[in-house]
Design a protein around this ligand. Structure first.
Ligand SMILES: Cc1cc2nc3c(=O)[nH]c(=O)nc-3n(C[C@H](O)[C@H](O)[C@H](O)COP(=O)(O)OP(=O)(O)OC[C@H]3O[C@@H](n4cnc5c(N)ncnc54)[C@H](O)[C@@H]3O)c2cc1C
Length: 464
């Protein structure tokens, strides 16, 4: 058994792990990146990228169906699912190739194989060990299910199976109205599936500002997407045609398949973490705000972690940010902890839901209900949104006589607007300061500008 020494060993080559590797290499560190599957992890192969390719295919299907609205003669003849997969896999493959090239070009040593901790800063893999002056745990997450709900990969499936499905189901039940559930409900509806979402909490995308949830629910009603909120799953049985789901209270729903989208659990079991003294709670590796674990010199990033036991934002760009932060911390650069409220959140359904900062309820709790104000700018006043035929709104939450602390947007393509919104939140901009900035016409970004004009008391395209 050979032991290999380096400055940094990273276990897991997903968003968090590979971002740390790239930045550490840039800073002159010798880096070993251990990955059991494919670098790029969940996001590139089973998450962000393939789902967005499916959503784009769905958007094209919808545009073909609705082409007459725009005076274009086209007919929608159906989904060629093999063609959709070819397009999706082509996008993933191109990005994967690019990432592998990038990792190689930075001189990072990639080890293929399943690693396990063999010492506080030592990973054993393929019979060899790799010891780093520092170690980063970045083993990510997996699709969770509920007790007594068995995923068989055929009729009861997770997002991983859904991404490989060789047909468009006629009917589907989606268990979970969070980001992943809503995105698949949107894609399948565009492909022609009759979908019903079951969500235990009172709203779809329940962590969003209630106004965003309600806008999305309205849009989904318009699209004919069924959803039951405040509905608790009780059980599922197989039928000749698929599945029968029973909800608490006895109501039953039938469909060809059931997608289980109830969240993602940390990949930390049987990896030797606890044996090496790393504190774990409910499977999550506990870190501080610099992603340091309880063991000196060992960090953890991404979906795997919980900072001080709090729920963590499981997003690829959070993994990137944490990977960079840790690499810089190890290199002795001055770093500041991430303000997770300032990280943009997007649900890429049709329409999109995008937000940054406090929801109105969170702001009321933080600053006091009397110390905040809100405005809502309807996209009906925005020319570009009318051209795109999309509905939605921009809602702003601000402190009275203070900065904007929350921005919440719904509408087609509004995910692109949240990048400007994050600057507004993170730079603690005052409404009047943003109102002064002239937004390009006709763009959807104008809706952000108009919302700030409204908040600053000088509305332009707003009916009083
Ligand atoms: C359907 C879906 C859609 C999503 N869409 C988005 C989106 O649009 N935007 C967004 O920001 N986020 C999205 N996410 C979330 C995003 O994918 C994750 O937040 C991100 O991938 C987390 O990165 P990570 O590095 O923590 O973990 P992962 O990406 O899961 O990477 C962990 C890596 O570690 C490897 N590994 C695990 N154990 C071992 C071991 N013992 N030895 C060696 N290697 C190991 C795994 O093979 C994997 O490659 C989506 C997720 C899903 C499931």
């Amino acid at each position: 058994m050979a032991d290999n020494q380096s400055d940094l060993v990273i276990l897991g080559g997903g968003s968090g792990g590979y971002a740390a590797a790239l930045r550490a290499a840039e800073l002159g560190k010798s880096v070993v990146l251990i990955e059991k599957d494919r670098v790029g992890g969940t996001c590139l192969h089973r998450g962000c990228i393939p789902t967005k390719a499916l959503l784009h295919a769905g958007e094209i299907a919808d545009q073909a169906r609705e082409s007459a609205t725009f005076g274009v003669n086209a007919t929608f003849e159906g989904i060629d699912i093999a063609g959709v997969h070819k397009y999706k896999d082509g996008v993933v493959g191109k990005n994967w190739k690019g990432l592998q090239g990038l990792i190689k070009a930075r001189g990072i040593q990639t080890i293929e194989g399943e690693g396990k901790l063999a010492g506080p800063k030592t990973v054993s893999v393929n019979g060899d060990t790799y010891t780093g002056t520092n170690l980063i745990l970045a083993t990510g997450s997996y699709s969770r299910t509920l007790p007594g709900l068995d995923v068989d990969g055929q009729r009861v499936i997770t997002s991983e199976h859904a991404l490989q499905l060789d047909r468009v189901p006629e009917t589907a039940i989606v268990l979970g109205g969070g980001v992943i559930g809503v995105e698949f409900a949107s894609v399948w509806t565009s492909f022609g599936t009759k979908v019903t979402i079951v969500e235990a909490l009172p709203h779809l995308v329940p962590t969003e500002d209630e106004a965003n949830s309600k806008q999305l629910e309205r849009a989904f009603r318009r699209r004919g997407i069924g959803f039951k909120v405040g509905a608790r799953f009780e059980g599922v049985e197989h039928t000749d045609a698929g599945v029968r789901v029973t909800l608490e209270g006895g109501e039953t729903l039938e469909a060809e398949i059931l997608l289980v989208a109830v969240g993602r659990g940390p990949t930390s079991a049987d990896l030797g973490y606890e044996e090496q003294g790393i504190t774990i709670e409910r499977g999550f590796v506990i870190t501080d705000e610099f992603c340091r674990t309880s063991v000196d010199g060992v960090y953890a990033v991404g979906d795997l972690i919980s900072i001080g036991g709090a729920p963590h934002l499981q997003l690829a760009h959070v993994g990137f940010g944490e990977g960079i932060l840790v690499a810089e911390h190890i290199a002795g650069l001055p770093v500041v902890p991430i303000d997770y409220l300032g990280v943009p959140r997007i649900t890429y359904s049709q329409p999109e839901v995008a937000s940054v900062g406090y929801t109105e309820a969170q702001a009321a709790e933080k600053f006091g209900a009397d110390n905040i104000k809100t405005v809502t700018y309807d996209l009906s006043g925005n020319g570009r949104s009318a051209i795109l035929n999309t509905k939605g709104a921009v809602k702003l939450v601000a402190q009275q006589d203070g900065p904007v602390v929350g921005i919440h947007i719904v509408g087609d393509r509004v995910g692109e607007l949240i990048a400007e919104a994050q600057l507004i939140y993170n730079w603690e901009a005052l409404p009047g300061e943003v109102a002064q900035l002239i937004h390009p016409h006709p763009t959807q970004s104008e809706a952000l500008g108009e919302a700030h004009l409204l908040l600053a008391g000088k509305p332009l395209h707003v009916h009083e």
